[in-house]
Design a protein around this ligand. Structure first.
Ligand code: HEM
Length: 377
């Protein structure tokens, strides 16, 4: 059911839920207090086979406390406690260190062709996302492979909650993550574990959710941004931009067309209306962040969409309203910095091979292999 031909809200009988897309409908949905974020039960646990609930009690107990899946005071109190870690002032202070991390990883990437492919995902995106997020959260970030293995397990569970293997892997990942976070050296008392509020379960939940929240999304954006810049021959102008303004514009444009998080879920806690459609209490609404209907025949292109200077940036890739992404400033600074340094270092790089991930919620590439054999500066 849609309100009219132009509506961007639609009910899918076969899925038993609404889908809302486009900036206007997405923003309305995300600021409607009758559309609750407390969707774990309806969007995930109701699909998990009933006999798995006891076996996965650690997973369920932790995710029930993830503040991204909470409304009202419980959300506000948990978010407020960790928000200072993400303040613009703190991000500005970390910018120099982020620049050094990016430069070190580009050095390692330049050397990596001797032993394998120049794969942006394993060679840059996973490493830079892990190190910068760990830096911000006061955690060790050198073992990027383990951090991303945990994050992928959680992302797979969120996208395919009916699968037993995904639930088992996600629970193991959360348990390992919890030990890693609790045991991380933290002499100054400034790690995410020390900042989070509440009892042990709450702090575990907040720390694991914040760590998870940034890893796959930032790595996804790095892949999209490098692919888009090279595919549209933008490296030269990005490299020439003194203050990195071109790189920042490319990042926003990429977020417009390739949102790393495909959608978020909401559930009506009372009757409401969206884009002219009646949403009844208990209905599930999937809010697309890609600008498109989630169930459009989705092509997974091997070439990025074209670029025009002056394109309008009006995405909702970081969400909107109460749950707006706390990590957005960090992601923006990190990816813009990478683009600028990358473009100056590998001005002639081109894309050799790209493969999309299967996960349609946490979107990104499995690999993005480059040819950097041309003369570089
Ligand atoms: C390109 C990178 C990123 C994208 C696309 C992204 C996307 C999003 C979106 C769409 C939301 C809203 C969820 C909702 O409304 O239900 C969100 C929330 C959140 N994100 Fe991000 N994110 C990114 C990076 C990060 C980073 C780097 C961190 C942390 C290090 C982070 C931590 C969080 C947290 C904690 C929330 C929950 C906020 C709340 O519920 O109040 N994100 N993110």
């Amino acid at each position: 059911m849609t309100a009219d031909e132009t509506s961007t809200v639609r009910y899918y009988d076969e899925l038993g839920c609404w889908v809302a897309w486009g900036r206007e409908a997405a923003q309305s949905a995300l600021q409607d207090s009758r559309l609750s974020s407390e969707t774990l039960e309806a969007a995930n646990l109701s699909y998990l086979p009933a006999d798995m609930h006891e076996e996965c009690s650690h997973l369920i107990e932790t995710m029930r406390r993830w503040f991204v899946l909470l409304d009202g005071d419980r959300h506000t109190v948990a978010r407020r406690a960790i928000q200072p870690m993400f303040s613009p002032r703190r991000i500005r202070k970390l910018e120099e260190t982020i620049e050094v991390i990016v430069a070190e990883e580009l050095d390692a990437f330049a050397a990596s062709g001797a032993t394998g492919d120049f794969d942006v995902i394993t060679g840059l995106a996973d490493k830079i996302s892990a190190r910068t997020i760990a830096l911000l959260l006061g955690l060790p970030g050198d073992d990027d492979a383990t951090l991303h293995r945990w994050a992928k397990a959680l992302a797979d569970f969120l996208a395919s909650s009916y699968r037993r293997d995904c639930a088992v892997n996600a629970q193991a990942a959360l348990q390992e993550m919890g030990e890693f976070i609790k045991n991380a050296p933290d002499e100054e008392g400034e790690s995410i574990w020390s900042r989070a509020t509440g009892g042990e379960w709450d702090r575990l939940a907040t720390s694991s959710m914040v760590l998870f929240g940034g890893l796959e999304t930032t790595a996804g954006l790095i892949g999209f941004a490098v692919w888009y810049m090279l595919g549209n021959d933008l490296a030269e102008q990005v490299a020439a931009s003194e203050a990195g303004e071109e790189a920042k514009a490319v990042v926003e444009r990429v977020l417009d067309v390739y949102a790393p998080l495909g959608h978020v879920a909401r559930m009506a806690s009372e009757d409401t209306e969206l884009g002219g459609c009646p949403i009844a209490e208990g209905d599930l609404v999937l809010v697309s962040l890609t600008g498109r209907d989630l169930f459009d025949a989705q092509d997974l292109p091997t070439e990025p969409s074209g670029h025009q200077d002056g394109d309008r940036f009006d995405h909702v890739a970081f969400g909107y309203g109460m749950h707006y992404c706390v990590g957005a400033p960090l992601a923006r600074v990190t990816v813009a910095n990478l683009l600028t340094q990358f473009a100056r270092r590998f001005p002639k790089a081109s894309v050799k091979d790209v493969a999309w991930r299967k996960n349609r919620t946490f979107r990104g590439f499995d690999h993005l292999v480059l040819d950097v054999s041309g003369p570089q500066t």
